[in-house]
Design a protein around this ligand. Structure first.
Ligand SMILES: [Zn+2]
Length: 282
């Protein structure tokens, strides 16, 4: 069956003599893999259309009984010039696509996730400031799409609004993404944030401890940044600034939250590379 869909190229690898196997995230069929015959020949009809981080119009011969399809045509719809030339934007985009590749199920349509991926890539391409914030905002939105988006505007016990809090540590309830204000949180068993940064020690890794307790205690300022990243428009989150220590807390909190809800999630390699090559915070 010949099908058409638009798609984002997640990754591509060499295959046999001159071909490539390409993984796409598509609007109509979710994640799927195709083989592009002759794609590595000098005068290939595919040109640069099979490069990761490219939005394409895809035509393929889809075999119902197999999970590797035949790519017959692939044309660039958007090439994202700044993403392909700026190493920080590139590493953030690759982190987004790595996460999609891990979370998306084979050939399962999810138009909301597809739209979110495009919106996120547009924001990384166009916006100024800190592209890493867009990854964080994307991750928070992914949690919402999968049904465990954080609801951090009010204390889950006393109803006090986050905006009215002035200091102290809040407690994040991992399972529901709920928040206890500093007063109600005091009596909650929770892992202290400092422990999250310590090296893994045997089976009592921070992630395991947090899982057992179900809660994480974090500074109010980090909680407020997470809220802004959750709700501000994607194209504006690059402008959110914070101190390096808050950046570390944000990152560690998000890694823990994602791992808590997606147990099989592997660390994002591109994110590690990004941390090594750039100074991200002021
Ligand atoms: Zn409270």
């Amino acid at each position: 069956m010949i099908v058409k869909t638009d798609a984002v190229v997640l990754k591509s690898m060499k295959f046999r003599g001159t071909s490539k196997i390409v993984t796409f995230y598509t609007r109509r069929y979710g994640k799927l893999k195709g083989v592009a015959k002759g794609a590595r020949e000098m005068k290939s009809k595919f040109g640069a259309a099979l490069e990761p981080m490219t939005r394409v119009g895809l035509v393929l011969y889809k075999k119902e009984t197999r999970d590797l399809h035949l790519i017959s045509q692939c044309d660039i719809l958007r090439s994202y010039k700044r993403i392909h030339t700026d190493i920080e934007r590139m590493a953030v985009t690759l982190s987004v696509l790595e996460l999609v590749n891990q979370l998306a199920h084979q050939e399962e349509e999810n138009p909301l996730l597809y739209s979110l991926v495009l919106e996120t890539m547009d924001a990384i391409e166009m916006s100024e400031g800190y592209p890493l914030n867009i990854l964080y905002a994307f991750e928070l939105r992914v949690c919402s799409l999968f049904g465990f988006g954080p609801s951090w505007d009010r204390c889950v016990r006393c109803g006090r609004a986050s905006d009215d809090l002035t200091g102290g540590n809040v407690v994040l309830q991992l399972i529901k993404g709920a928040m206890f204000c500093p007063t109600c949180g005091e009596e909650q068993p929770a892992m202290e944030y400092e422990r999250l940064l310590r090296k893994r020690q045997g089976s009592a890794s921070p992630a395991n401890v947090a899982k057992r307790l179900g809660n994480l205690r974090i500074p109010l300022r980090t909680h407020q940044i997470l809220r802004r990243l959750s709700t501000a428009p994607l194209e504006s989150v690059g402008a959110i600034r914070y101190h390096e220590s808050t950046g570390n807390e944000l990152d560690a909190t998000l890694r823990l939250y994602l791992r808590y809800h997606f147990e099989d999630l592997k660390p994002l390699k591109s994110l590690d590379i990004l941390k090594q090559i750039t100074t991200l915070y002021i």
